[in-house]
Write a protein that binds this ligand. Sequence first.
Ligand code: NDP
Length: 471
Amino acid sequence: MDNSPHIGLIGLGTMGAALALNIAENGYPIAVYNRTPAVTDAFTSGAGDLAAKLTPAKTLEEFVAAITPPRSIILMVPAGPVVDDQIAALRPLLGDGDLIIDAGNANYTDTERRSRESENDAFDFMGIGVSGGEEGARHGPSIMVGGDAAQWERMGAILEAISAKYQDEPCAALMGPGGAGHFVKMVHNGIEYADMEMIAETYALMRDGMGFDAAQVAQTFEGWDAGTLASYLVEISGKVARATDPISGAPMLDVILDKAGQKGTGRWTVIEAQQLAVAIPVIEAAVTARNLSARLAERKKGAEVFGGMPQPLPDGVLDTETLERALIAGKILCYAQGFEMLARASAEFGWNLPMPVIAKIWRNGCIIRSEMLNDMASALATNPGESLIFAEPFTSLLRENEAALRKTVIAATGAGIAVPALAAGLSWFDSMRSPRGAANMIQAQRDFFGNHGFERLDGQDAPHGPWGAHG
Ligand code: NDP
């Protein structure tokens, strides 16, 4: 059997090591290289039976020479300048027909630039978004591929083979050219921030409002994971609430500092949404909440200076069914916004993103995988160009659960428990069903101070108000 690799991988960190083993396990011999050679040694010696499929290299030259042309080289290194440096180091070693695939979390604008720049090189370049963390990379991630038809033709089979499967359907697909794969991965991560934040908000209501201990929180999430909210993130929320700290014996959740980290993909999503003038307030609220969580000293000062909050909820104001319903509504509103952002980007950049396919490849392998995404895939296929809120079963689900979301936000507000993402979802929903909003006031103000003009309800051609010399 031919055991010479046509494929190689650079960067044997958390994701790269797992992805290399996944590729080897699927029958593809693979060359591997890592900046620190000791990491390569540890990787190959821990690879067990799969070591036979691996060709480790100690230098970049040795690595490239070990791959039979045409070479496909996957980069799994930190996003940003490291990727550019790695491409520059490979440039003199690669030739016609070779392909570099950036599988890290690149900003899509970098991927667009690198794709353009590679037109001047002998080798080709493409960017793919990989989601699922270490476990996903090892046993099947969701893969959002950016590239042209020829690149998909070349890499599609292997990417499908290593991807997660949802009822035998691979969770890997071509999204569109250039940076499209990384753009979809970015929005995936924005949605991930929002999903996590809304779950955390229901946890805050259970803990501070309803006086639940960690075991009761765990039991609630475990129950939700058996219903409409069945998803990886609700499942792991139950598991983390169930876990006990081996050091103190206290519930793990009670010993973890409430300061959330981030690597920037959520922030990028928000920035790009503003560039596209698309409203994703649930994701924005989630990113802002992480930023606020980092300001621990000021939050402590705020508690001392202003005191009094949060307060326990009066008995019977909220129950876990109401919270579950609120989270169902919040989740639908969040995904409606995320898919709207993808649709807007698709039109703006001429990508022709396959919206139902995006929902399909998120059904397994990635962090936001959930049962609901299966219905979203169908809804996006049968209602192209329409917001998810106008597609069944989501219209009915919103009708059924909107009151619970409102009740939850009102209760939280009364008790001083911050629920920024759930509240942002509700406000967006209220705006989206207001046939007459308040922007007539904005237009009048703009005309008053800036002579900007406005349209009239009666259609008359009189685009300025009688503000006179005050304007
Ligand atoms: P790690 O920090 O675990 O590994 C980073 C790898 O890059 C190591 O092999 C490291 O080599 C190498 N590296 C770092 N700096 C350089 C450099 N200057 N030159 C050459 N090689 C370098 O990162 P992850 O595996 O977590 O992440 C890799 C990529 O995947 C990132 O873009 C990340 O955003 C993305 N990603 C991560 C996910 C996760 O859950 N962790 C999920 C999805 C995507 P060395 O051993 O020498 O330090």
